[in-house]
Design a protein around this ligand. Structure first.
Ligand code: CMP
Length: 145
């Protein structure tokens, strides 16, 4: 079943974007859309609204608005679980122990600064793709527009 998912390269791994795109391409995804942005704090809060009220919310949204990110719409059979498999566990230290070839194992630091994001289900994937690709006025995107 062909699916779409929203992959994001976070500010801590933006300098590795080229290598991450290469890994994506080598893994058989089609890149349907890509946008480079720096999110406003309020936009990071909206994207991660499901985590509002959690102890790490402030740290997460400050981090996610601290520099450029790349939002990437990926298409493949089983894209959601396929991308989550490629990135490894949320905590980069766990990723190094359990999935040493994963993207988080290579480029993440810990459970907060973990290099990449992936949608967790079809409904959130659709919502996250809409967030990045149906909002022309989002943050500072696309050649600083
Ligand atoms: P992500 O896959 O983008 O989804 C939510 C993010 O919140 C997660 O990656 C981490 O960056 C962050 N996060 C999740 N759990 C914690 C935690 N316990 N402490 C700090 N940050 C977390």
């Amino acid at each position: 079943r062909v699916e779409r998912t929203l992959a994001m390269v976070k500010p801590d791994a933006f300098k590795h974007l080229g290598k991450i795109l290469n890994a994506i391409s080598q893994s058989g995804f089609r890149i349907n859309n890509l946008r480079v942005c720096q999110l406003r704090k309020e936009e990071a809060e909206t994207f991660y609204a499901v985590h509002r009220g959690k102890p790490f919310f402030e740290k997460l949204t400050t981090f996610m608005s601290s520099g450029r990110i790349a939002a990437i719409e990926l298409v493949a059979p089983g894209a959601i679980s396929k991308w989550r498999e490629l990135i490894g566990p949320t905590d980069s230290n766990k990723a190094r122990a359990e999935a040493p070839n994963s993207i988080r194992a290579h480029f993440g630091t810990d459970g907060s600064f973990n290099a990449v994001h992936g949608s967790d289900a079809t409904d959130t994937a659709a919502e996250e793709i809409r967030f990045f690709f149906s909002q022309p006025s989002l943050g500072k995107c696309d050649l600083g527009r």
